[in-house]
Design a protein around this ligand. Structure first.
Ligand SMILES: O=C(CO)[C@@H](O)[C@H](O)COP(=O)(O)O
Ligand SMILES: [Co+2]
Length: 214
């Protein structure tokens, strides 16, 4: 079954604990946490302290999406704060293999992310080393943007390589995912759908999660 990962970027930070419980009760599979540094992306969001505060309030896996320059410098802090999955951008990692091994050295699952304009071929050599591939369907930095349809063939391409090479990593899609666009992603081979505004902007989070999953 397709997994749904609500992105807390679209939640009300003044009541973050309640917001997380609400999506957990609504059937969320992961909690997606968007970390932005004001350099790799124009926006600034949250750091390891917040991950540490969230950790005791949910048993759901914390899926930490690092949109930061020099992620190696912060991986230890995010791992020790209780992340279950840490994803790093190919575009931010000149030594991607080393960074993926660094994440794994803390016993955390490692994922690689690519932006909409980055070719899938650039992550092909690392596929056998990762637990998750995240394909951005918006340019990272903000919630509430429109889904970029030209990314869909990349989902199919990654899924094709996964089958051909007998690999088991999950394929996650992030940005502009709503009920309509969710279907395009799952049909192309996505296993995990991140959604921020399509979940947190709705009053009934269970209904919103179900609509995306279906
Ligand atoms: O990583 C990002 C944005 O950079 C995402 O995780 C967004 O937070 C998704 O928000 P919506 O597009 O679903 O509103
Ligand atoms: Co994200």
């Amino acid at each position: 079954m397709t997994k749904v990962a609500p992105s807390i970027l679209a939640s009300d930070f003044a009541k973050l604990g309640e917001e997380i419980k609400d999506v957990e009760n609504g059937g969320a599979d992961y909690i997606h946490i968007d970390v932005m540094d004001g350099h790799f992306v124009p926006n600034i969001t949250i750091g390891p302290l917040i991950v540490d505060s969230i950790r005791p309030i949910t048993d759901l896996p914390l899926d930490v999406h690092l949109m930061i320059e020099n992620p190696d410098q912060y991986i230890e802090a995010f791992a020790k704060a209780g992340s279950d999955i840490i994803t790093v951008h190919q575009e931010a990692c000149p030594h991607l293999h080393r960074t993926i091994q660094l994440i794994k050295s803390y016993g955390v699952k490692a994922g690689v992310v690519i932006n909409p304009a980055t070719p899938a071929e650039l992550i092909r050599p690392i596929l056998k080393d990762v637990d998750l591939v995240l394909l951005m369907t918006v340019n990272p930095g903000f919630g509430g943007q429109s889904f970029i349809h030209s990314v869909v063939p990349k989902i199919s391409q990654i899924d094709k390589w996964r089958k051909e090479e007998g690999l088991t990593f999950e394929i996650e899609v992030d940005g502009g995912v709503k009920a309509q666009t969710a279907r395009l992603c799952t049909e192309a081979g996505a296993d995990v759908l991140v959604a921020g505004s399509a979940i947190f902007n709705q009053e009934d989070r269970k209904e919103a999660i179900d609509a995306i999953r279906q």
